[in-house]
Design a protein around this ligand. Structure first.
Ligand SMILES: [Zn+2]
Length: 288
């Protein structure tokens, strides 16, 4: 048990990784005829009994069944802890973090969205799914479309599995050549640098115009409360609404650019890149 907690909380293994390791090492489960499963490892990691907290009176009999009692009826008692509290707390933190990550993962992943362009009109093919319905299968859902109504050169649709497998084999061949990864990374760095420079320049301009709107707003307020100018309330409100809308638009543009800049990947050291490249090659060789 301690081993499992350490692998998860200290060595950062995934639950799947722990299952594989335990199976490889021939560690037996409680009932030795059963193999390790992700759910059993997860259950162990969540069980407070390992930090010495047990509960008595958790269930009651209801007819022929045992049902859970309300939490406040449980009786807590302490036993000898097997893992220390720090390790247990760290495991809980990671479990919560992973759950959070899983929740944020997109439900569907369109591998090539925005990446495949038509050779004729140079406009992108866009991913779409078949409408939900009884006839829809999980596997046939994705396709990539090209539509004249969206400004493309002709109406066309390619099934996702077909297109993705063609692209994937190209990608594979490309990745297996180590110099390509370096070149591709360099190109993407330059592209990112461009995005960063452009984004920062845009931010400077947008912040300036936000300040201007701010100033106009102050002038308007001053004019409105100045008895010598005598501005009508309806005029004031109309101008105020316009400035507020302008401000809102500017702020949301600023936010969008800041978000885009924050999402740029951090740069990698050359040796990290080399190690990554080797891992990729290794992984693919093992697969094939
Ligand atoms: Zn086209």
């Amino acid at each position: 048990m301690r081993h499992i907690f350490r692998l998860y909380a200290e060595e950062g293994l995934s639950i799947r990784g722990i299952v594989e390791l335990l199976t490889d090492e021939g560690v037996s489960t409680f009932s030795s005829d059963v193999t390790w499963a992700k759910s059993s490892v997860a259950r162990i990691l969540r069980n407070p009994v390992y930090v010495g907290t047990c509960h008595y009176n958790k269930r009651k009999r209801s007819g022929k069944q045992l049902v859970k009692r309300e939490r406040d009826q449980w009786v807590e008692f302490k036993t000898l802890p097997i893992v220390d509290e720090e390790l247990f707390a760290e495991a809980q933190r990671r479990l919560a973090e992973n759950q959070d990550l899983r929740r944020r993962e997109p439900k569907r992943f369109y591998m090539l969205t925005g990446m495949v362009f038509c050779a004729e009109c140079e406009r992108p093919y866009v991913a779409q799914t078949k409408k939900a319905g009884n006839n829809r299968l999980k596997t046939d859902a994705t396709s990539y479309r090209h539509r004249m109504t969206e400004g493309h050169c002709l109406n066309r649709m390619i099934s996702g599995s077909r297109l993705e497998s063609i692209v994937w084999s190209e990608v594979l061949a490309f990745l297996l050549d180590p110099t390509n990864l370096g070149k591709g990374y360099q190109a993407s760095l330059e592209q990112q640098q461009g995005t960063r420079t452009r984004g920062r320049a845009q931010l400077v301009e947008l912040r300036k115009s936000a300040e201007k709107v701010e100033q106009k707003r102050r002038n308007l307020n001053a004019a409105y409360i100045d008895p010598e100018i005598g501005m009508r309330k309806s005029d004031y409100l109309a101008q105020k609404d316009q400035l507020d809308a302008e401000m809102k638009g500017t702020l949301s543009k600023i936010e969008a650019i800041e978000r885009e800049l924050a999402q740029l990947a951090p740069t990698m050291e050359p040796q990290d890149l080399e190690a990554f490249s080797a891992q990729v090659r290794e992984a693919f060789r093992n697969r094939n």
